[in-house]
Design a protein around this ligand. Sequence first.
Ligand code: 4NP
Length: 151
Amino acid sequence: MKVLMVCLGNICRSPLAEGILKKQVQDKGLDWEVDSAGTSGWHIGELPDQRSIATAKEHGIDITEQRSRQLKAVDLEEFDLILAMDTSNYNDIRRLTDTEDSTKVKMILNFAYPKENRSVPDPYYEGGFEGVFQLLDKACGKIIEEYTTKG
Ligand code: 4NP
């Protein structure tokens, strides 16, 4: 299973999502690959936002190995599941995938709140990193549940 977390800058939400899912996957001994990317190229090569790093650390997760990268069309072929943090990310991803199977692009919070198409609030300006962490932690638990019981 190869999972890609996607947000706008790949410095706040998707690095947290990557760190959380990697931790849960490791705790369960699963052989999954988890990565993240941004729809924009604004922060390429940068570390995650210091507030994401601090929030992850409070939960025993180190995300300082991560560097921001931009989503590319080939990601849509290479990953099995592409998870958008919000509706604008979802639409941007879909624009890259005309010829690709779009059923693998999903809103991440639909795993925690099915069919509601909820967005993970962007904490870059407003803050609220702990709330973002909690939402993502809940969604990641459901993702593992769903893809390990499906057979
Ligand atoms: P992210 O948050 O998409 O969760 O990484 C943002 C990061 C940077 C900006 C906006 C959102 N920005 O405007 O630079």
